[in-house]
Design a protein around this ligand. Structure first.
Ligand SMILES: NC(=O)c1ccc[n+]([C@@H]2O[C@H](COP(=O)([O-])OP(=O)(O)OC[C@H]3O[C@@H](n4cnc5c(N)ncnc54)[C@H](OP(=O)(O)O)[C@@H]3O)[C@@H](O)[C@H]2O)c1
Length: 351
């Protein structure tokens, strides 16, 4: 949000307002509060987007608690991604017009009715697609797709393990891995195994089963890849499951700066030792420096969505301003798939 741009004024001469949800201090969902702000016109190179949908995801929770080395300072508006309609454009905006359907990887700012964004950061979105589905594509499916196809470069017949298989990113992995004809093992709580078997994955209850033993018995030659969203805590065990030429990819943020440093050290060591396996780290931050692969992958995912080849699992939809309730649900540990915040007009058909 910007403070140094013109404020919008109503016909009656009053400042126009919008609402957003801010994190006032580190803590649980109770630190999320709705506030009202002045609505500003976009400055040069920026567009204003009326938000239709925003995912509620693991990184929002880590940012709120400060359980990541790169947590924003409080107060801040969480919301890692948005889908919306451009409702005003600033000077020197040339490729975007009012009424365009767009999305963005915002990292923060998505729990709001409006957001100001750089034109350069926009992702074009087909207006035929459901904004709730698109909200899951912008982060969760992108992460799973890029890890499978750009980091691990999987091939049909590969055998992989997904750690955290029942969540937002996890279920995206399962759908995309099925499309790629992979054999998938997934770690998940017992109560969530149904979704894994529905998506043709082999579930392992990591609370009661030794997953290393189970997989070593089933796949004595080892796995082609392991995908770990838990901040590196599974590194030693996951690495031991890889076959020669296998890849371990970590995409979860470590809890703190010191843990990040430790992880980087481990990754360096494992990659220089002559073990025939590789360790890779994945983060969406690369979008800032190289946009093309991201734009290509979002376009591919939109096509898969349009063709019905992927179908995001959305457990619950909440009004944007009820983000606190949505976060409470995500933290309850009962969620399978995704939670999405929606503009009120999109909630009519969903109770
Ligand atoms: N690098 C990036 O750009 C990026 C982007 C998005 C997400 N992420 C990271 O990816 C991770 C998942 O995000 P998400 O949005 O998918 O979260 P989510 O929807 O909350 O899902 C996480 C799942 O992990 C499982 N889990 C929790 N603790 C676990 C543990 N100790 N061992 C194994 N599984 C565990 C839970 O299911 P069960 O009940 O089955 O255990 C939960 O469903 C987070 O760490 C997040 O920060 C990174």
């Amino acid at each position: 949000m910007e403070e140094n741009v013109c404020q919008e004024i109503t016909k009656e001469g009053n400042p126009m307002k919008y609402k957003c949800v801010i994190v006032t201090e580190r803590g649980g969902p109770e630190v999320l509060h709705v506030i009202e702000n002045d609505l500003h016109a976009p400055s040069a190179g920026k567009v204003r987007v009326r938000i239709l949908a925003a995912p509620v995801c693991g990184p929002d929770v880590s940012a709120r608690y400060g359980h990541t080395p790169f947590a924003p300072k409080t107060p801040f508006v969480p919301g890692y991604a948005v889908v919306g309609i451009v409702d005003a454009v600033g000077e020197r905006v040339t490729r975007t017009a009012v009424g365009d359907r767009v999305a963005a990887l915002t990292v923060s700012g998505g729990y709001a009715e409006y957001i100001l964004l750089d034109e350069d950061h926009l992702i074009p979105v087909p207006s035929t697609l459901d904004p709730a589905d698109v909200a899951t594509i912008i982060l969760n499916y992108l992460v799973a797709y890029q890890i499978l196809h750009r980091k691990a470069q999987v091939r049909a017949g590969d055998k992989v393990l997904v750690i955290g298989a029942s969540g937002g990113v996890g279920t995206a992995f399962l759908q995309l891995a099925r499309l790629a004809n992979l054999t998938v093992y997934g770690l998940a709580s017992k109560s969530k195994h149904g979704v894994l078997t529905d998506l043709d994955a082999i579930p392992i209850d990591y609370y009661t089963q030794d997953f290393v033993k189970v997989i070593k018995e089933a796949e004595p030659d080892g796995l082609d890849a392991v995908f770990d969203g838990m901040g590196g805590t599974y590194l030693a065990r996951g690495f031991s499951l890889l076959k020669h030429g296998g890849t371990w990819v970590a995409y979860g943020n470590p809890l703190s700066f010191s843990r990040l440093m430790r992880l980087l050290g481990q990754v360096f060591l494992l990659n220089v030792l002559p073990n025939g396996k590789s360790v890779k780290l994945y983060g969406t931050g690369a979008f800032r420096f190289r946009k093309r692969p991201f734009l290509e992958d979002w376009a591919t995912l939109f096509e898969l969505l349009e063709e019905g080849k992927i179908s995001p699992i959305i457990l619950r939809r909440f009004p944007i301003l009820e983000a606190a309730k949505a976060n409470e649900l995500l933290e309850s540990g009962t969620v399978v798939g995704n939670i999405v915040l929606l503009a009120p007009e999109l909630l009519k058909n969903h109770g």
